[in-house]
Structure formats: structure tokens, C-alpha cells
Design a protein around this ligand. Structure first.
Ligand code: F0G
Length: 371
């Protein structure tokens, strides 16, 4: 059957009815890629998989939550949506609003959004409002504006966002046959870690011990991805924007990973619950560690994610080196957005292209030197 998006696939576990007008771009169903080269390079025997969310329709995991939020906004009769964003949410909101034929207003921090994301919000026809402030200022403003204007708020404080985002855990359990031992991801506004935890929690079979038929002829959940456990959740932040590490909000967050340049996360309690209930922890990574992790994935595995997305892997490298990860474990790392979102940062850290005459000899010499 043709795949037609996560609402159709998981409709029995999402708050929709047969008459809900589904707004979809075929999001979800992203690849779970096993890392083949990096475990050896890092000197570890753990099994690592990346869930490449950059392969969603607008290039980030935000599409999972946005298909639900926009679907429910349209169902409720909304004619316009609004969000604050560090870039990816605005790209997703703009695209799904275009698909639904409704208006879209996005508030973004002036000068602190990656080029690809800005291009998306502009191209899909949203009203792009650059504010002289950061994401946290924008978040406060959109909450105020949506409370007394006819615009539906589609940031992850909208509960339908997390409903859509939880489906990533369903897909992982389906692919692996169970939950992994650890799940590693970047944390900004903290909606995604909360969505992951919701998905894993809803997948744990209450009957596992009683019937012992999991993954076989289970009479209770024959068709659903069912897990026997939940993973240990590890949330990773950029050092300049790490309120979970500080234990309090950060006033002026700063990092090259602009998508997670957030000091005042909205899903504070939910994210703490995910980490505490799972026996996990938070890490912080410097900008250098984040860029190094991004380059390792690109050069050794062929997977190009944006800097913020590499923050999870950067934290995992530190955990492996510190001996915090059990030998032989199975780990899933969410890579939240595509590297093409932020070409400036990629080009700035790569070596320049060679400039040579358009002659066989010159090019042949160059090839010989690099063979
Ligand atoms: N990675 C990327 C690529 C993101 O765009 C974001 C958040 C995160 C990680 C963090 O996820 O906020 O759920 O903890 N971007 C939001 C935006 C804030 O506006 O695009 P989170």
C-alpha cells in the first residue's frame, strides 16, 4: 500500500476521527541507518543507529508534529496559524499551511536562522516576521498574540504537536523489534524528547510478563509495535544554551547550533520526567564538539545533518569515552534535521574546492596527489 503519512499509518493511536481533514505531505517513515564505520573509529562495540529525520518533507522532524497540529487547526476551523521558531518549525508550519490553504505567521530571531530554513518559510508564502530578540522572546509573544487573535498556535505547547512527534518511537520499535537500550537526541525547547518518551511509554506492553507472547502471537496487540522496555533517554544541549544542565533558565543563550539556541524551554517538566523516569541524563557539548560530530557523520557514514542535530551524537561520543554506556548496547540517535538547512556552517568548516585550469593534465595531477 502507498505510504501516505503518519496520521494514516497510526490513526488508531492519534486523536483523529474518520471525518478529520488530514493535512499531510507524506511525513514520517524515515530511515533508521546503522552506523557501520564510526563504532570502530570510536573504539566501541555498541550498536548505533541514526534515525534520519532530515529526510522528512521539509527536512526536519518538525513535520511529524506539524501534520497533526495543522490538521487539528483546520478541523477546528482556523484560518491561520502562528509560531515562534529558530527555523525548522517555521519551515514546517509554512509548508503545511500552504498545503492546507490557510495563513501562516512566523516569528524568527533576526540574523540567527540558517539560510535554508529562511528560504523555506519565504518560499511557502508565510508572513515572515524577524524580531529584534531571540526565540524565547518570540515564544512569549506568540503565546500572547494567539490568546486574543484568530491565529492557532502551532509551537510544541500545542498538545497535538507531541502527539505527532511520538510516532518516531513507534517506527523505531517496529524497525528493531523492541525499544533500544538508549535513545540519544538534542534538546532545545524540549518538545521532541517529551514526544519520544510519550511514544515509548505508550508502546510498552502491560501484558509482557503475564503472557510471554511478545513479538509472536500476542493476543492483545497483534498489529502494533510493542516494546518490552523503554530506553534510557539522554538529552544533549549546546553548552551556551543548556538550561537543563544549569538547572535553571538561561537568559542569553548562544551557540552555533542556532536551532537549539533556546534558554527557556517550554516542555521543562516533561523533559525532566523523561530523563528521570528512564534513568537517563543531560549532557552539554561545546560548539567545537558539535561541529566535530557533524563532520564525523558526514565523512565516515555519508549522513549530512545540521549542527544542532549532531549535538546528540556529540554527547554520545563523550558518554562512550567516559564509560557511561554499557558494553554491547543498542543505541538510537535522532538526527533531527538535514545538513542542507545550514550550508553556511558546512562550508565554513570544510576545505575550499580546488581551482585549476580546465585541462586534463592539471586535474590528473590533482587526482594523483589525492589517490
Ligand atoms: N534539532 C533541530 C534541527 C531543531 O530544529 C530543534 C528545534 C531541535 C533539535 C530541538 O528540538 O525544541 O523539541 O527540543 N527547533 C525549534 C524550531 C525550536 O523552532 O525549529 P526541541
Amino acid at each position: 500500500m502507498r505510504y501516505s503519512g503518519l496520521i494514516e499509518k497510526y490513526r488508531d493511536r492519534l486523536p483523529v476521527t474518520a471525518s478529520t481533514p488530514v493535512i499531510s505531505l507524506g511525513e514520517g517513515n524515515t530511515p533508521l541507518i546503522e552506523l557501520r564505520n564510526l563504532p570502530a573509529i570510536l573504539g566501541t562495540d555498541v550498536q548505533m543507529f541514526v534515525k534520519f529525520e532530515g529526510l522528512n518533507p521539509t527536512g526536519s522532524f518538525k513535520d511529524r508534529g506539524m501534520t497533526m497540529a495543522v490538521t487539528k487547526a483546520v478541523e477546528a476551523g482556523s484560518k491561520a496559524i502562528i509560531c515562534a521558531s529558530t527555523g525548522n518549525t517555521s519551515a514546517a508550519a509554512a509548508a503545511y499551511a500552504a498545503r492546507a490553504g490557510i495563513g501562516c505567521f512566523v516569528l524568527i530571531p533576526e540574523g540567527k536562522i540558517a539560510l535554508g530554513k529562511l528560504a523555506q518559510a519565504m518560499m511557502h508564502g508565510s508572513t515572515v516576521i524577524q524580531i529584534q530578540g531571540n526565540f524565547d522572546d518570540g515564544m512569549r509573544l506568540v503565546q500572547e498574540l494567539s490568546s486574543d487573535m484568530p491565529v492557532a498556535l502551532v509551537n510544541s505547547v500545542n498538545p497535538y504537536r507531541l502527539q505527532g512527534q511520538k510516532t518516531i518511537s513507534f517506527e523505531i520499535i517496529e524497525a528493531l523489534g523492541d525499544a533500544p537500550d538508549y535513545h540519544v537526541l538534542p534538546v532545545g525547547n524540549a518538545g521532541n524528547i517529551s514526544g519520544h518518551w510519550m511514544g515509548y511509554s505508550e508502546s510498552v506492553c502491560q501484558q509482557t510478563e503475564a503472557c510471554g507472547l511478545c513479538h509472536g502471537a500476542c493476543p492483545y496487540h497483534p498489529a502494533k509495535p510493542i516494546a518490552t522496555k523503554r530506553p534510557i533517554m539522554i538529552g544533549n544541549q549546546a553548552a551556551g544554551a543548556a538550561p537543563f544542565l544549569r538547572g535553571e533558565m538561561v537568559k542569553n543563550p548562544e551557540t552555533i547550533a542556532t536551532a537549539i539556541r533556546i534558554g527557556h524551554p517550554m516542555s521543562w517538566n516533561l523533559a525532566w520526567a523523561a530523563v528521570r523516569e528512564s534513568g537517563g541524563w543531560f549532557n552539554e557539548c561545546t560548539d567545537q564538539e558539535i561541529l566535530a560530530a557533524q563532520a564525523l557523520l558526514a565523512r565516515h557514514e555519508g549522513v549530512f545533518c545540521e549542527p544542532s542535530s549532531a549535538t546528540g551524537f556529540a554527547g554520545l561520543i563523550k558518554d562512550i569515552q567516559a564509560g557511561r554506556i554499557k558494553a554491547g548496547s543498542r543505541i538510537v540517535i535522532t538526527l533531527t534535521g538535514h545538513g542542507l538547512k545550514d550550508p553556511d556552517t558546512a562550508i565554513a568548516q570544510s576545505s575550499k574546492p580546488h581551482l585549476v585550469a580546465a585541462e586534463r593534465g592539471a586535474i590528473g595531477d590533482l587526482i594523483s596527489k589525492h589517490l
